[in-house]
Design a protein. Structure first.
Length: 149
């Protein structure tokens, strides 16, 4: 009986060590927090992925969407040094900023806005921010869990 408990504990710690050392993002859900300012709707998330890898996922996703005919976006600004990307679909504008937070952790800030005269439509801003975060999580192969704050 002692041998099976010891074997079980060694197996459990081995699995945990593999998850930690490989940085398995799928095992660690991302919680996304939303808030709005006077002009924008903001979604933030802490991601257990280094900023460079996450930035590459942002750029891949934006360039893929820019080349599509349906759901096409235009990239307005791309700053690799600041890890900042701004894009529009012609009606709404959104920006994505990836901020390093240690070697294996990053913060993603997505800001979305709607055209002037439609400021009361926060649902559209929230939907845009949520769509971007969902697409980014899929591109980065990360599991996301949405949370209201």
């Amino acid at each position: 009986m002692k041998f099976s408990n010891k074997f079980y504990l060694v197996s459990l710690f081995s699995v945990i060590a593999v998850i930690l050392f490989l940085g398995c993002v799928a095992a660690i859900p991302i919680v996304v927090y939303y808030y709005n300012t006077n002009d924008n709707y903001v979604a933030t998330a802490e991601v257990r992925r280094n900023a460079d890898d996450l930035w590459l996922a942002v750029v891949r996703l934006a360039e893929k969407r820019a080349s599509e005919t349906e759901g096409k976006i235009d990239i307005l600004k791309k700053d690799n040094t600041q890890r900042l990307l701004e894009a529009t679909d012609g009606k709404q504008t959104a920006s994505v900023k990836v901020i390093p937070d240690g070697r294996r952790k990053s913060k993603v800030v997505i800001t979305a806005n709607v055209p002037k005269g439609m400021e009361n439509e926060l649902a559209k801003e929230k939907e845009l921010a949520a769509q971007i975060m969902r697409h980014l999580c899929e591109e980065a192969k990360a599991e996301c869990k949405l949370a209201e704050s």
